[in-house]
Design a protein around this ligand. Structure first.
Ligand code: 13P
Length: 266
């Protein structure tokens, strides 16, 4: 039986005082649910203050990215052990806002953002391995853009993202992982992927893992849906067999909405 994971990806939002206020509110408003893990992923600058407020609660702390080296001359980067050190247990890796697909025209997406962060399947794989070695649980994001969906190449592309992310990782470690299916066209747009379709793609992710590591491993991997999840659509999405939680952006910035999504888990 997989536990649900409802995670808030706060992205580049909230000053430290606002982040602390939000978790204080969450501590009061979150419903008690036995089968749900609740996670918040603030910006780096708020990790430590937020952790202090989370002390004594069941809310878990996550980060939005990590580098694969432990230390050294890597200006701007943060290592897995640095995240562990402040109490982080989960880390988002390969979010579409950090991935770059050079050479592929993406008219529906801001090219300058893609080029700035330049994440590739290979860097996702390196980060996942480094995070696992440090004892962090990676949340690996996969998903297609609108043009890729229109071209009919989404399924192949997502299977490829999953395979490349898992290259060289043991079955034992894969079982601990979380995947997030985030269709790029549904992120921050208000346009949610239809729940049957989200379930189908999450199933595709699971069968891809099964093909590589067998059914015992794939049955343990948790697969979230992310992309305009909100109180009004959460129940429908979270009721699906292959959806084990949500990775929530906009709606995680309001304690009431985030709590309502947690409450939508049956
Ligand atoms: P929204 O919920 O704002 O669409 O963002 C989803 C997301 O990107 C979570 O990682």
């Amino acid at each position: 039986m997989r536990r649900y994971l409802i995670a808030g990806n706060w992205k580049m939002n909230k000053l430290t005082s606002e982040a602390v206020a939000l978790v204080n509110e969450l501590k009061r408003s979150l419903p008690a649910k036995k089968n749900v893990d609740v996670l918040v992923c603030p910006t780096y600058t708020s990790l430590y203050p937020v952790k202090s407020v989370l002390e004594g609660s069941n809310i878990l702390l996550g980060a939005q990215d990590v580098f694969w080296k432990e230390s050294g001359a890597y200006t701007s980067q943060i290592s897995p052990s640095m995240l562990k050190d402040v109490g982080v247990t989960y880390v988002i890796i390969g979010h579409s806002e950090t991935r770059g697909r050079f050479g592929v025209p993406e008219p529906d997406f801001d090219e300058t953002i893609l080029k700035h962060f330049g994440e590739s399947d290979e860097t996702v794989n390196r980060k996942a391995k480094a995070a696992l070695s440090a004892g962090l649980i990676p949340i690996i994001c996969v998903g297609e853009t609108l043009s890729e969906r229109k071209e009919g190449i989404s399924d192949g592309l997502i299977a490829e993202q999953v395979k490349k992310a898992l290259d060289g990782i043991s079955g034992e470690d894969v079982a601990k992982l979380v995947f997030a299916y985030e269709p790029v066209w549904a992120i921050g747009t208000g346009e949610t992927c239809e729940s049957d379709e989200a379930d189908r793609v999450c199933h595709l992710i699971r069968t891809t893992i099964e093909g590589l590591f067998g059914s015992a491993v794939c049955e343990q991997v948790r697969i979230q849906y992310g992309g305009s999840m909100k109180p009004s659509n959460a129940k429908d999405l979270l009721a699906k067999t292959n959806i084990d939680g949500g990775l929530i952006g906009g709606a995680s910035l309001k304690a009431g909405d985030f709590s309502a999504i947690v409450d939508a888990v049956e």
